[in-house]
Design a binder for this molecule. Structure first.
Ligand SMILES: Cc1cc2nc3c(=O)[nH]c(=O)nc-3n(C[C@H](O)[C@H](O)[C@H](O)COP(=O)(O)OP(=O)(O)OC[C@H]3O[C@@H](n4cnc5c(N)ncnc54)[C@H](O)[C@@H]3O)c2cc1C
Length: 417
């Protein structure tokens, strides 16, 4: 095996795999390096939603205040592990600075356009590569248990309609007509017709196989250890399987990206935000589309014969440990909103880390520090949804083509001091 190649991609999640696919489509020689198996990071057990109607970033008016209130409840969907970590403090400060309506309204169309472009690509790729991944574009429903949150939902619909996002307010009976498993005390919901869902792991693994058929070399159980730079260029990449001499490098290591970038003198702000999923096989009843349990922020996704419950956002660093109390809280939320979703089979319990920048926008592009490195990370809660288009944008940047979307808001150095 030759260790000289055109492009070396670090990270085998949806972002790295999508980049590998689009680069090999253009005849570029690609090696992808993954420290575990393909799709063993956050791209594996997430909720699998592709929801353009959920284009609000994490920071928003009142978010941090609400977050701190939630912290008092050990079963709430949010937690920050109290610690004197300068990176976390800086991140929280920038998060608060972006938690205003002006920044929210700047971010929504950017995330909407990324997701819509991806949704087209999902449909094309699944058809072209015959990927069997339970993709369904049948919309989604957000459910509310209290009149107060239903009223807030109404405001949200009005806000999102301004951005051309088609969401419809439904009363409780209309919601139950669409999804009979919704409990009688649910007062209403929001129907999001354009949204889709899929099995993220089946999609990523299928696309990785397609990239391999196109000529990509996929090296699993291979970890990047360090770099040698000459001037403003990466000259070599040291891994547990030898040294590589690529022309260009793509950094797509999700929540692990900050420390790897730091080795190259590239600084960007990002916090890993842990979440959990619980996947049940063959529950007694299934919804037709994804459901989002409004007050508890739990997503419920039908994936083939399985039902996945996903939720919680914990800022606890690079820590994948499972907090059983929060797992129970996710399951109890499911039972409070839906009937007949219990399963007698042992569920699969998973944790993953969302790579979260403080302004809720990804990092996509070249850094000013290193010329031959493209960063593609920070997709937070929408990494699956924005994955394919990110891969395509990376391929356009490598080819020095004009990217099909304006990337200025995603600049890698935007928080560099
Ligand atoms: C509970 C939960 C629910 C979610 N639901 C959704 C959803 O419904 N829709 C959506 O769009 N997004 C969702 N997300 C977010 C989504 O999962 C992520 O944004 C996305 O998977 C990030 O993809 P990635 O390729 O950047 O990172 P990853 O999938 O984490 O891939 C990075 C890879 O890099 C590898 N790596 C790290 N360090 C090294 C190294 N030194 N050398 C080699 N390899 C390395 C890792 O092993 C990993 O496989 C959810 C996340 C969670 C936790």
């Amino acid at each position: 095996m030759s260790n000289d190649n055109d492009v070396l991609i670090i990270g085998g999640g949806i972002i790295g795999v999508s980049a590998a696919y689009f680069l090999t489509q253009q005849g570029i020689e690609v090696t992808l390096i993954e420290k575990g198996d393909i799709c063993s990071g956050s791209s594996y057990g997430n909720a699998g939603l592709i929801p353009p109607t959920h284009s609000s970033p994490l920071p928003g008016p009142g978010m941090l205040t609400q977050g701190f209130k939630w912290m008092l409840n050990p079963e709430s969907p949010f937690y920050i592990k109290p610690r004197l970590d300068p990176d976390l403090i800086r991140w929280l400060w920038h998060f608060q600075m972006h938690s205003n309506r002006k920044d929210l309204h700047r971010a929504i169309p950017l995330l909407r356009d990324m997701q819509r472009a991806s949704l087209h690509l999902f449909r094309d790729l699944i058809e072209l590569e015959e990927l069997d991944c339970h993709f369904e574009q049948v919309g989604g429903l957000t459910l509310f248990k209290t009149e107060r949150s239903f009223a807030q939902g109404r405001d949200k619909v009005e806000e999102m309609q301004v951005f051309g996002l088609d969401m419809e307010l439904l009363d409780g009976d209309a919601v139950r007509e669409l999804e009979p498993i919704v409990r009688p005390d649910i007062v209403g919901g929001i129907y999001s017709q354009e949204d889709a869902h899929l099995d993220p792991a089946l999609f990523v693994k299928g696309l990785a196989e397609a990239a391999k058929v196109n000529g990509a070399t996929l090296l699993t159980n291979t970890e990047v250890l360090g770099f040698e730079t000459v001037g403003a260029r990466v000259k070599t990449v040291d891994t547990t399987q030898g040294t590589f001499h690529p022309k260009d490098v793509v950094l797509a290591t999700g929540a692990w990206s900050t420390s790897i970038a730091q080795q190259l003198g590239i600084k960007f702000l990002m916090q890993p935000a842990k979440g959990y999923s619980i996947t049940m096989e063959e529950p007694a009843k299934m919804p037709k589309r994804y459901l989002f349990l409004g007050e508890t922020k739990v997503a419920v996704t039908p994936i083939g014969s399985e039902l996945r419950f996903a939720g919680t956002l914990e800022l606890t660093g690079l820590d994948l440990s499972i907090n059983q109390r929060r797992i129970n809280a996710i399951l109890q939320a499911g039972e409070r909103y839906l009937s007949g979703v219990a399963s007698s089979n042992t569920p699969e319990i998973w944790s993953g880390l969302r790579p979260c920048p403080p302004d809720g926008l990804p990092y996509i592009g070249r850094s000013r520090v290193i010329n031959n490195l493209i960063v593609a990370t920070g997709h937070a809660m929408l990494g699956i949804s924005m994955g394919p288009v990110t891969g395509k944008l990376v391929a356009q940047l490598i080819q020095e083509e004009e990217p099909e979307l304006d990337l200025s808001a995603f600049a890698v150095d935007r928080f560099a001091r």
